[in-house]
Design a protein around this ligand. Structure first.
Ligand SMILES: [Zn+2]
Length: 93
């Protein structure tokens, strides 16, 4: 990521118009998009009010090799990931 990209991300994150669309559902929008260090897809678990959403690398039928690790994705990081995803979707046309 170069300096211009970073600038753009900052501008997107600072854009107040984005915040209007904030919903509870949005909290879990990264379910299936967050990956564990072991390479498996993480699924969201119920979040406590005071914490960000937690993602879990839980062994299940979609994720047989899940290591059971959990990860707290704090909001800025999650939003950053989301922007990267959206940017990719946008560039697809
Ligand atoms: Zn894992």
């Amino acid at each position: 990521m170069d300096r211009d990209d970073w600038q753009r991300v900052c501008e997107i994150l600072d854009d107040p118009s984005r915040r209007r669309s904030e919903t509870n559902q949005r909290k879990y929008m990264l379910s299936g998009l967050v990956f564990c260090h072991c390479g498996n897809r993480m699924t969201s678990t119920s979040a406590k009010r005071t914490e960000g959403p937690t993602y879990e690398c839980s062994p299940d039928k979609l994720n047989k090799d899940g290591c059971g690790g959990t990860r707290n994705v704090m909001q800025p990081r999650e939003e950053y990931i989301a922007e990267q995803v959206f940017a990719r979707l946008d560039s697809r046309g």
